[in-house]
Write a protein that binds this ligand. Structure first.
Ligand SMILES: Cc1cc2nc3c(=O)[nH]c(=O)nc-3n(C[C@H](O)[C@H](O)[C@H](O)COP(=O)(O)OP(=O)(O)OC[C@H]3O[C@@H](n4cnc5c(N)ncnc54)[C@H](O)[C@@H]3O)c2cc1C
Ligand code: FES
Length: 349
């Protein structure tokens, strides 16, 4: 008999134990996870974890960007911020502690800092909980002694709302290449910061030269729209601007002006079938069949609802570039939340 010391490949949902919980601000906490069994963990700074928790006996899944950096340890950290009436985020903050377990899919996501990033500068713009993927990227760049100049712009309401405040201050004090700009609704005398919203004049003053630079940003859609506008006005090549949205402006529904058409939906792997209308998303139809499909963002962002069309065709109703690669699409993969049936469908989950 042989024993392998290799960690297992991370397939499907795996149990993670919370080994530490840190309060970051009054309404945000970091949870550090370690797999219950040795697992091969790999991810790129900026990617997210799809966590599933049981609340009142029902599984609920949500995406959370990793704020940890693969340069530090195999432990995985996410920082969760309270959301008004939010189910999962508030449950985690109110009920989840060190020693508790949940399940997670392998880290994934198309928003990440490439390992071969080679531009002279990088702009990391975030607001609120959008700081989490930026922190992963900044930690990774500094840990790897990457020579790029980092312009880290973060907007928050108040000094007490700055997530990772102490670490950011230390990074700025110890790494001259790390330019930290805190933009607060209410200024403080305790440390240098700017008041108000990020605006074109302030942006120009903070980052006067945008040559040889990529922009990564994450925050509320109004914030990211404003940053995009400022970049465009300065002639920034927008192909070098990358964004992650945590909250969809409007979740996708399949409502259409087309007349209601009924098709047949078959999922042979689960022996399940039903009617499917072109007025509903494929995700809604699969959920009605109580099949194990995860719709974490319901807006074509997270990729949790990826499934494969074996036969038939769907209409893609996504409103933004999603996580599917061209190769995925060629192989027949779709996002169930962003698709509606155009014909009878046979799917593989
Ligand atoms: C790729 C990705 C990465 C993410 N990373 C993080 C992260 O690092 N930290 C973090 O705290 N959250 C993150 N989120 C958001 C998180 O997945 C949840 O969507 C969010 O916390 C709300 O879920 P909920 O169950 O608490 O609220 P729900 O019960 O799903 O929603 C309650 C209400 O809040 C609104 N809402 C949903 N999401 C948000 C939001 N983000 N901000 C404000 N209002 C919202 C909904 O429209 C709804 O009205 C990420 C989302 C995605 C897609
Ligand atoms: S549920 Fe997130 S992409 Fe479909």
């Amino acid at each position: 008999m042989t024993f392998s010391s290799q960690p297992a490949v991370w397939q499907g949902a795996q149990p993670l134990c919370c080994i530490e919980r840190r309060q970051e601000t009054a309404d945000a906490a970091t949870f550090v996870f370690r797999p219950l069994q040795p697992l091969a963990v790999s991810y790129q700074p900026g990617q997210f974890l799809l966590l599933t928790v049981d609340i009142d006996g029902q599984p609920h899944s949500r995406a959370y960007s990793l704020c940890s950096s693969p340069s530090r340890s195999a432990d995985l950290a996410v920082t969760v911020k309270r959301v008004a009436n939010g189910l999962v985020s508030n449950w985690l903050l109110d009920h989840f502690h060190a020693g508790d377990t949940l399940t997670a899919q392998h880290p994934t996501g198309a928003f990440f800092l490439p390992a071969d990033y080679s531009s002279a500068k990088i702009l990391l713009c975030s607001a609120g909980s959008g700081i989490t993927p930026m922190m992963s990227m900044a930690r990774w760049l500094l840990d790897n002694k990457h020579p790029t100049e980092i312009f880290f712009l973060y907007s928050a309401r108040h000094a007490d709302d700055i997530i990772f405040r102490d670490e950011l201050m230390t990074m700025a004090a110890t790494h001259p290449q790390f330019k930290l700009f805190l933009i607060l609704d209410t200024v403080t005398n305790a440390f240098p910061c700017y008041q108000g919203f990020l605006n074109p004049a302030l942006f120009q003053a903070l980052v006067p030269d945008l040559t040889d630079c990529h922009n990564f940003m994450c925050g509320p859609s109004v914030y990211m729209d404003a940053v995009e506008q400022m970049l465009q006005n300065r002639g920034f090549p927008m192909a070098n601007s990358h964004k992650e949205s945590f909250a969809p402006a409007t979740p996708l529904t399949a409502e259409t002006s087309d007349s209601n058409q009924q098709f047949r939906l078959d999922v042979p792997g689960f022996g399940a079938s039903s009617d499917i209308s072109n007025q509903q998303t494929v995700l809604e139809a699969l959920e009605s069949l109580q099949l194990p499909i995860i719709g974490a963002c319901r807006s074509g962002i997270c990729g949790s609802c990826k499934c494969k069309v074996i036969s038939g065709s769907v209409e893609d109703i996504s409103t933004q570039p999603g996580p599917l690669t061209e190769e995925d699409k060629l192989q027949g993969y779709i996002l169930a939340c962003s698709s509606r049936a155009n014909s009878d469908l046979e799917l593989e989950l």
